[in-house]
Design a binder for this molecule. Structure first.
Ligand code: 13P
Length: 257
């Protein structure tokens, strides 16, 4: 994987377990129409696996990119219900979300597994979108810095800087996901600095400043611009608000400015 030439502005829609293939096509069409061939920044759609093929047909020939919501660390084998990097690549994906807090919680994914998935994504030519973030208890107890440092170090230690710079990070505080309680721009800025500082220590000096770091958690068309006004915030990983084309495209427009 080649590193990003410079920090791109990037907005990714994580549709989670929403939309059948048919519904996903309708949503993707609305997004394609709303950006009118010229998205204001890098835009990535991450529909459920069952809709990847049909959404691919909609975004083909447009600048919109496709991502998976997860991948298994192995390329194939006896792993019922899983999806592999080569399968995502064959469906036209260029990205894969790894370490989302919902998978850490629901599927008991730990830091070591997230590190393996990150490497698997890179091996198969997918840019991993690596999610980190603290719970409300961790924040209230003042543990946010150490939680972010642990999660980022576990995922990135031992990576070459070119590989680290071919990834995207997403700071997603668990307490902000799906709650309507968005982090303040200052909270996001501070957390992104912690993420970048950890990258400098885990991978090499200067890597943090060059890494692409998104914010995720209750991002909407209304609050996006204030988050993107912070230099530390390179874009967003959007859940609920990515299921409605007009609002999602407004978020991308705010990132592009
Ligand atoms: P919401 O935007 O719905 O809070 O979800 C954020 C998220 O988890 C994106 O991955």
């Amino acid at each position: 994987m080649a590193p990003w030439p410079r920090r791109p502005r990037l907005v990714a829609g994580n549709w989670k377990m929403n939309r059948t293939a048919e519904e996903a096509v309708a949503l993707a069409r609305q997004i394609v129409e709303a950006v009118r061939g010229a998205p204001p920044c890098e835009v990535v759609l991450c529909p459920p696996y069952t809709a990847l093929e049909s959404v691919r047909a909609v975004v083909r020939g447009t600048p919109l990119r496709l991502g998976g919501q997860n991948l298994h660390p192995e390329p194939r084998g006896p792993h019922t219900g899983e999806i592999s990097g080569p399968m995502l690549v064959a469906l036209g994906c260029q990205f894969a979300i790894v370490g989302h807090s919902e998978r850490r919680r629901d599927m008991h994914e730990d830091d070591a597994l997230v590190a393996r998935k990150l490497r698997a994504a890179l091996r198969h030519g997918l840019a991993p979108i690596v999610c980190v973030g603290e719970t409300v208890e961790e924040r209230e107890q003042g543990h946010t810095p150490e939680v972010l440092a642990r999660q980022v170090a576990a995922a990135y230690t031992g990576l070459a800087s070119e590989d680290a710079l071919a990834t995207v990070l997403a700071y997603e505080p668990v307490w902000a996901i799906g709650t309507g309680r968005v982090a303040t721009p200052e909270q996001a800025e501070e957390a992104h600095r912690l993420v970048r500082d950890t990258l400098d220590r885990a991978v090499g000096a200067g890597v943090g400043a060059r890494a692409t770091v998104l914010y995720g958690g209750s991002v909407t068309a209304e609050n996006a611009a204030s988050l993107f006004a912070k230099d530390e915030v390179d874009g967003a990983l959007v859940g609920g608000a990515s299921l409605e084309a007009e609002g999602f495209v407004r978020i991308a427009a705010a990132a592009g400015r």
